[in-house]
Design a protein around this ligand. Structure first.
Ligand code: FAD
Length: 230
């Protein structure tokens, strides 16, 4: 369920149990032709946002794969999945800072244009406080994302730094979009302006690639010494 790119994807990277007794150590990774026999893709049409990105379900019924569909070792899928998450989570965090940037751009433009009580609303201190908070959180999110990306470029393990970035950037994007909708007043509630879409889209960043709770679980694990990089 909830697979990005479905129902228009040609191929998928699929993780499946090849030895259930071994639990997560019994997962293998496969490259699968999503138009192959026994494979069906359906769109999920009930999404809150991210209409630009198709999302759907894949159903496998008696699907058979050629031997060379296996990626890596049999039962070696968990490690591949965890390595992948360090990249895909980071890309999700990067997209979240894009939402933050868009919220600041639209909100500052609107705050300079929209006049109430004889002056632009951007001259009201409460609007300034809202914008300042958006900017601070956006800058902090960017630095966390850039640090995790820099570590990746250096070939360093960055699982903790990616979780910090993904958690903070996702939460900051939702906060920024929520504030942007407030700054736009009634037009924040209208599809005439993009901020309602940013709010709907931003919610996905608290979910995809591991929810905010899961990121906090990882962060706390490192802080408490229960997780360590080898
Ligand atoms: C737009 C979109 C695109 C997606 N694309 C993909 C994709 O391409 N590939 C893919 O594999 N998945 C994809 N997903 C799925 C996504 O990764 C999962 O939905 C997400 O990881 C959450 O899992 P879940 O929905 O099963 O939530 P659940 O695990 O059921 O969580 C429900 C709630 O319980 C909380 N929770 C669960 N476990 C714990 C815990 N241990 N501690 C504390 N709280 C917990 C969660 O934080 C959440 O609040 C996509 C989802 C969306 C919305």
């Amino acid at each position: 369920m909830w697979i990005s790119g479905v129902p228009v994807a040609d191929v998928g990277i699929i993780f499946a149990s090849t030895d259930r007794e071994l639990k997560h150590r019994g997962i293998s990774c496969f490259i699968v032709d999503l138009y192959g026999p026994g494979v069906t893709q359906n769109a999920i049409e009930t999404k809150l946002g991210l209409y630009c990105a198709p999302t759907g379900e894949i159903i496998f019924e008696e699907a058979r794969l050629p031997k060379d569909a296996l990626i890596g070792e049999k039962n070696g899928g968990f490690k591949i999945c965890m390595n992948m998450l360090d990249s895909t989570r980071l890309s999700s965090a990067s997209r979240a800072i894009g939402v933050g940037a868009a919220c600041i751009e639209h909100s500052t433009r609107y705050a300079n244009e929209r006049e109430q009580f004889g002056r632009p609303i951007g001259e009201f201190q409460m609007i300034q406080e809202q914008i300042a908070t958006m900017v601070v959180e956006h800058e902090a999110a960017k630095l966390l994302v850039y640090r995790a990306a820099w570590m990746r470029d250096q070939g360093m393990r960055n699982t903790l730094q990616v979780s910090l970035a993904k958690y903070f950037a996702g939460e900051a994007a939702v906060e920024a979009a929520n504030t942007a909708v407030k700054i736009f007043g009634s037009y924040g509630f209208s599809t005439e302006y993009p901020v309602e879409r940013l709010l709907r889209d931003s919610k996905s960043y608290q979910i995809v690639e591991g929810t905010s709770n899961i990121q906090k679980f990882i962060i706390a694990g490192y802080a408490l010494g229960k997780r360590k990089d080898k």
